[in-house]
Design a binder for this molecule. Structure first.
Ligand SMILES: *Cc1c(COP(=O)(O)O)cnc(C)c1O
Length: 378
């Protein structure tokens, strides 16, 4: 069905179209000057010394683990309340994902207490995820990581420009990974970015993203180089100039879009403040957030009741989503996972409501009124 109010709308206009046409006319469409410009704009925006554009965030996570020298059999701590790619990347290198629970319904990010419990001599890294654009407890996590000599990768797919105590998310750990998949805060169709303040990591990622080759075809076409060496095994995880030119435009629109999302979140919270049967996570946060999604959690509910509620919203033309089913319960992971009660509770009772900059007040009122009616009936 075509929803009256979809979960997400692209923030595109003639500017993205013109950028693409201009790149096509330049006759250079693979990785080149536009990727460089996008990387520079991104690192400036986040205040990081390096940014490396990539084909997607799944590759960003994979290459991050390789660049940090995480090896087969190493243990990597991760949340289960995240998108599958966060954890699959650990499997790509034959390391072992060790699932940690979330802190609470109010703070559904990785629990520091559980991290501490699950550290062993084999723990080499943590991949954490800043859910919905709200940060994990970075002070505590960085302290634990430092004490135990553990690398920290931030899956910051939900969080471009989000902050933790005046620091941009993605720039606090060793490496930050971003996605520009269509429905993210910055959309290029497919796309990803790594940020780091470590020069060696930057060099390694640049080799890994392009077969380990020491020069790029753009440099050779410009006569800056005529040959290349391959020093180590690499992959093809490059972005291209067509997508990068869309990304450059999207970056300029990001801050205004996030300002609108902030107002939308406030409106939702105001309209739902008397709805006793739901919890709204992160209601105590004050740091700037990208508000990638707007999750709510049904109280005294069940998986079936939540699904029924979503179905009725869909019948009224309101699209919702589920961020996320617990990863540790998926078939490929369930044999080596332990129960994570708070994550499971959250997955069973949460749903995400529409969130995008052009969502109108009337639409938010319609969503909240309809939700309240349905909750009263159920
Ligand atoms: C979207 C997303 C990814 C994967 O990003 P791709 O660019 O689609 O590979 C990974 N982690 C999280 C939390 C995401 O939201």
């Amino acid at each position: 069905m075509v929803y009256k109010i979809p979960l997400f709308k692209l923030n595109f206009n003639h500017l993205e179209e013109e950028a693409v046409v201009s790149t096509l006319k330049s006759k250079w469409i693979s990785i080149g000057p536009k990727c460089n410009e996008f990387e520079q704009d991104f690192s400036k925006m986040l205040n990081s010394s390096h940014a490396i554009s990539l084909s997607n965030c799944t590759s960003a996570l994979h290459l991050s683990l390789l660049a940090l020298n995480i090896k087969e059999g190493d243990e990597v701590l991760c949340p289960s309340l995240t998108f599958a790619a966060t954890v699959n990347s650990i499997k790509y290198i034959n390391a072992i994902p060790i699932f940690c629970d979330i802190d609470s319904v109010e703070n559904p990010t990785i629990s520091v207490e559980d991290i501490k419990k699950k550290i062993t001599p084999k723990t080499k890294a943590i991949i954490l995820m800043h859910f919905a654009g709200y940060s994990c407890d970075m002070t505590e996590i960085m302290a634990v990581a430092k004490k135990n000599n553990i690398k920290v990768i931030e899956d910051a797919c939900h969080s471009p420009l989000s902050e933790y105590k005046n620091q941009k998310l993605g720039t606090i750990g060793d490496i930050g990974c971003f996605s520009f998949f269509s429905n993210k805060n910055i959309s290029t169709g497919e796309g990803g970015m790594i940020v780091t303040n470590n020069h060696e990591i930057d060099k390694r990622i640049r080799l890994l993203r392009s077969h380990g080759m020491t020069t790029m075809s753009y440099d050779r076409s410009k006569g800056h180089a005529t040959t290349y060496d391959i020093e180590s095994l690499g992959y093809n995880a490059r972005m291209d100039d067509i997508r990068a030119s869309i990304g450059i435009v999207q970056l300029k629109k990001l801050k205004p879009d996030l300002e609108k999302r902030k107002v939308i979140r406030a409106k939702y919270i105001e309209l739902l403040k008397d709805t006793k049967s739901i919890d709204i996570p992160f209601s105590n946060r004050t740091d700037f957030s990208s508000n990638y999604i707007f999750p709510i959690v049904l109280k005294d509910s069940t998986n079936e009741k939540r699904d029924k509620c979503r179905e009725r919203l869909h019948k009224k033309g309101i699209q919702t989503s589920l961020h996320y089913p617990s990863i540790h319960l998926f078939s490929i992971y369930k044999n080596d996972s332990v129960p994570l009660p708070i994550t499971e509770y959250f997955s069973n009772n949460t749903m995400t409501l529409p969130m995008y900059g052009s969502l109108t007040s009337e639409e938010i009122i319609f969503i909240c009124t309809t939700l309240n009616e349905i909750l009263n009936e159920l």
